[in-house]
Design a protein around this ligand. Structure first.
Ligand code: HEC
Length: 117
């Protein structure tokens, strides 16, 4: 009986795991890839560097992003771009969903195939 329970729990766990792995905002992923990946690595890698509170702090403290990147003209251009402004909220959600303690593990798909940098 116990064996059956364990097995079914395991199957349920694996099913939800693979389902969760498919679910992320591909638009946010592509935006981060375009604007940030040249310095920060893939969007998932970038997301994992800090936790949810830090993402919120960096994104929602006025002028913080500019200050962090003050001697990085390429980064400033990215942050001041209309694309970033338009997708800032989505990017923040994406980074939080994939942040340090989120437990998000991303498999292989058309955008991303398990590499970290
Ligand atoms: C030209 C290179 C470059 C680009 C492009 C760039 N960054 Fe950065 N970013 C840096 C560097 C270098 C630091 C480290 C600054 C420091 O620690 O003083 C940094 C730091 C940060 C930090 C602070 C946390 C940390 O990991 O140190 C955040 C958050 C961040 N960047 C977000 C972004 C986002 C979001 C984008 C895209 C919109 C972006 N950056 C684009 C170079 C870049």
């Amino acid at each position: 009986m116990q064996k059956i329970m364990t097995t079914s729990l395991l199957i349920a766990g694996l099913t939800s795991f693979s389902y969760a792995a498919e679910k992320y905002d591909t638009t946010a992923f592509r935006t981060a890839t375009k604007l940030c990946s040249s310095c920060h690595g893939t969007a998932f890698y970038q997301a994992k560097q800090i936790d949810d509170d830090d993402w919120e702090f960096y994104f929602n403290t006025p002028g913080k992003m500019e200050k962090l990147h003050k001697d990085k003209p390429v980064a400033l251009k990215a942050i001041n771009s209309p694309t970033f402004k338009k997708r800032k909220k989505r990017l923040l959600k994406f980074f939080i969903a994939n942040s340090k303690y989120s437990g998000a593990v991303n498999g292989c798909d058309a955008n991303f195939c398990g590499t970290n940098h």
